[in-house]
Design a protein around this ligand. Sequence first.
Ligand code: CO
Ligand code: ZN
Length: 331
Amino acid sequence: MLNTLKQVLAVSGVSGNEHNIAKTIEEMVGPYVSTIKTDALGNLIAIKEGKAGGKRVMLAAHMDQIGFVVTDINDKGFLYVTNVGGFAPEAFLGKVVTFTDGLQGVVSSKAPSRGPADGKITMEDVYIDIGTSTRAESEAKVKLGDTACVAHQLVVNGTRVSAPTMDDRAACAVLIEVLKAAAKPNKTIVAVFTSQEEVGIRGAAVSAFAEQPDEGIAVDVTLAGDTPDAKPRMAVSLGKGPAIKIMDRASISTPYLRDALIKICEDGGMAYQREVLPFGGTDAGAIQRSRAGIPAVTISIPCRYVHSPVETVDLADLDDCVKLILGYVNQ
Ligand code: CO
Ligand code: ZN
């Protein structure tokens, strides 16, 4: 699992620019599936046929990640940016960012150490320095609309792993391991590595429509509530197993699917947690509202510091997610 995770974490893909990570995943899962294709929105769709008459289950993990997009370049060569996806800009101050072509820069703001007097940094305060002195010099390297994400870094402490793109490459790694391990599944697996989740679950919407699954399972990170700074009433912890979502702000999990997953955990003596997230959403929200409605649920990977450069997961939870999904597709 750690090796798979490392491979998918190392490749960038800000929403709308998922081609590099899609290529990496395609190479990794290609040998294990019968069909692999991309669509107009950049989704990567890998299909593993199940037994005749078995249900067609869409498994969704988003490939895209949050980042910055260049909105303007000033006379001294500094890049002005806005956000792609939702995040607090102060979490990325003082960080190194990488553009799609490999160019690196550093993120700063009007007051990088403390923020403005009101303590709040907005995207209008943020800029990227790529080591240039004039607008012309910057324009030779970067164009308006180019995207950048925080530079890859990895910390492994036992089973705990931190990196900027756990959301949602941790789930991509889970799906890759599912495809490798599911030799002859009973249900047909339609694994969709989705695009543009962070800007409004767009890739999942079109792929669910096109693939017409009987059911959908989104796999995504969720905020762990076990840190000193956590929001109150967040019950999910790292290392206590997959979190089976009851609801968030984009979907209420279809009860029979939620209960089927819980039963697999209870029958198999596997760790799991129940999750209610009072904000946010996953690809399940788009799948569930596709066509005339598709039963859908989310399996969440507990994650600390979501939408920061140090998103942290426990490898044991990832392994348990693989087991749970295999249990379901082999039913
Ligand atoms: Co996210
Ligand atoms: Zn996510």
